[in-house]
Design a protein around this ligand. Structure first.
Ligand SMILES: NC(=O)c1ncn([C@@H]2O[C@H](COP(=O)(O)O)[C@@H](O)[C@H]2O)c1NC=O
Length: 599
């Protein structure tokens, strides 16, 4: 049934019938012919407004219990036709009229899925709107001519515009954009439902114990269009476990590739407590890192890397998430088995290592196997307070050969020694995966002090420096030769050593009594002179900063903890003062030209 002359046509097919009658009234007032699907037409007709059924133009009844209502060339050619001769010819040959307005909203898939307990797959399937999505997409595609209204909230403004004459191009564009967002969100809800049903066993989606905190439920991790790049071999991950694992893994991967050594990281609260490559440990280091009894450690680069990473700051590593660059072997698993730790991510596990790890924490230790070839997409995004943020991933590469070429002071500096390049690389790659602001001190292929997540740079530099000092004090013979009471646990030993080395031993009272309980013979605290004399022996330390040093105080502080090399971006108003302070203190200052904020 052709429309009279140039009368415009609107197709209406709405599940949510809010505002429908006011809209119908407004359209009719503007001499627009209404065509509507079954339920929509019925409501309009009952209000005594003139309306034709869509079947009047399709010449086909609604069928399959509503699965096919508006899916017909008479409808879609009418919507999709452009104002061009070939389209006009095609329409004329088939006796089809152009459609000018489409008003459609969809079956409530999202609401049904979220509100119905034990919804079956067949029930959910019936909530998948096909014809409506097709109407919306067709009209939105042809928005240069057609107006698509997919939200009852827009009826009022639309009618106001129509009453003034015509819907403007800008409005049609914004309605089309909303329509595309709407169908994209609708399809995302459908794929979310089926991902959970068909690939929610860890293949493409995994339920998490909870979010950042136990009251933040439900929580999940998932991939769109791909498998998850890790398998859960043991335990059940929480949200923070995965934040740690997915920051720690790329750190060790990059570190290992950059320096051609096995690499390890010990993460807590999405920053490394330690990170290292597998430089051979000497006897004293093995003792300080509490691994002198681990059989076969001298033959395992990976075990030595983890001993260094865990040994950097044993207090912060308590309950860590571990990342290892290579298949986990027996000596590494033995070290981990007796430390308090939350989980591990690595590309593989020897059988003996997996046997040990999967018995940890009463069988609840989290063991993730990472696909070592996985490459994330170039763009990453997240939602914060309902706002989507998107950016190019930080895929800048840090390497000993390219990142530290520009020596600013001293002017006549000889080339940097290999060890300095190595340690700068360790410190700088660690910063790339540390919450900003961040400053890192490294020596012997490992972090020795890291200041993370401070708002002021000097506080990072001090924090990292104080940690480096504490690390070095642990090598003093007094800390090495402590006679422990029998049965003192490893974490208690670490706490007591930390108190002794940081100079925070209480003088008296209950805290002092608790402290003394650890020892056969209580070690005397370090005097100021002893501390000063020992710290003066710390040298050749490399320091890296994730952004420029705004003031010279940072250089002074770094120098007090044996820093001989600084790598940092430049660009501060105080650059010259910073460089000349480094020069005066005998520090080699290297421009590392990539800012590495991480959040
Ligand atoms: N199958 C079809 O051809 C079809 N065409 C439109 N719909 C939907 O049917 C609903 C309106 O139906 P009714 O007018 O009968 O109340 C709308 O949500 C619309 O999106 C359809 N339903 C499902 O796909």
């Amino acid at each position: 049934m052709a429309s009279e002359g140039s009368q415009k046509i609107a197709i209406l097919s709405v599940y949510d019938k809010t505002g429908l009658l006011d809209l119908a009234k407004g359209l009719i007032k503007n001499n627009i012919r209404l065509l509507a699907s079954g339920g929509t037409a019925k409501l309009i007709r009952e209000a005594n407004f003139p309306v034709d059924d869509v079947s009047a133009i399709t010449k086909a009844p609604e069928m399959l219990s509503g699965r096919v209502k508006t899916l017909h060339p008479a409808v879609h050619a009418g919507i999709l036709a452009r104002d061009i001769a070939s389209d006009e010819k095609d329409l004329a040959e088939q006796n089809i009229n152009k459609v000018d307005y489409v008003i459609c909203n969809l079956y409530p898939f999202k609401e049904t899925v979220s509100k119905t307990i034990n919804l079956t797959i067949p029930e959910a399937v019936e909530q998948i709107d096909i014809g409506g999505v097709t109407l919306i997409r067709a009209a939105a595609k042809n928005h240069t001519r057609v107006t698509i209204l997919s939200d009852p909230e827009d009826y009022h403004d639309f009618l106001a515009e129509l009453d003034k004459g015509e819907v403007t191009e800008k409005s049609r564009q914004l309605y089309a954009l909303k329509a595309f967002e709407h169908t994209a969100d609708y399809d995302a809800a459908i794929s979310d439902f089926f991902r959970k049903k068909y690939a929610g066993d860890g293949l493409q989606q995994i339920s998490l114990r909870y979010g950042t905190n136990p009251h933040q439920k439900p929580a999940a991790a998932f991939m769109r269009e791909d498998k998850l790049p890790f398998k859960v071999l043991c335990g059940a991950p929480g949200f923070v476990n995965l934040l740690d694992a997915l920051n720690a893994w790329p750190l060790v991967k990059e570190l290992s590739e950059a320096l051609q050594y096995p690499a390890a990281a010990s993460f807590k609260h999405v920053s490394p407590a330690g990170a290292a490559i597998g430089v051979a440990l000497n006897e004293v280091e093995r003792k300080v890192y509490m691994v002198d009894d681990i059989e076969g450690i001298e033959n395992s680069g990976l075990a030595q890397a983890y001993a260094r990473a865990r040994g950097a700051d044993r207090m912060s590593s308590f309950g860590d998430m571990i990342a290892l660059s290579h298949e986990v072997d027996l000596p590494t698993a033995k070290i981990i088995s007796r430390e308090v730790s939350d989980g591990i991510i690595a590309p593989g596990y020897s059988k003996e290592a997996l046997d040990i790890l999967s018995k940890k924490k009463g069988g609840k230790y989290l063991v993730l196997q990472m696909d070592k070839d996985y490459e994330p997409p170039a763009t990453e995004s997240r939602t914060v307070f309902g706002v989507n943020l998107t950016q190019h991933r930080n895929d800048a590469k840090i390497s000993p050969s390219d990142s530290f070429r520009s020596i600013l002071v001293p002017v006549d500096s000889p080339p940097l020694p290999e060890s300095a390049l190595r340690d700068m690389t360790v410190a700088t790659i660690a910063l790339k995966f540390t919450q900003s602001n961040s400053v890192c001190y490294a020596l012997n292929g490992q972090i020795i002090g890291l200041g993370a997540g401070q708002q002021s740079r000097i506080h990072c530099t001090r924090l990292a420096g104080d940690k480096a000092d504490g690390w070095w004090m642990r090598f003093h013979e007094r800390a090495l030769n402590i006679s422990w009471k029998k049965g003192v646990k490893r974490p208690d030993k670490s706490n007591a050593i930390d108190m002794l080395c940081s100079g925070t031993v209480p003088d008296s009272g209950v805290e002092r009594e608790e402290y003394e309980k650890n020892f056969e013979t209580v070690p005397p605290p370090f005097t100021q002179q002893e501390r000063k004399a020992w710290l003066q022996r710390l040298s050749e330390v490399a320091c890296s900063s994730d952004a420029f040093f705004p003031f010279i105080d940072n250089v002074f502080r770094a120098s007090r903890s044996g820093v001989k090399y600084i790598a940092s971006p430049v660009g501060s108003q105080n650059d010259q003062a910073v460089f000349s302070t480094a020069d005066k203190l005998g520090i080699t200052f290297v421009e590392q030209n990539i800012r590495l904020f991480h959040h």
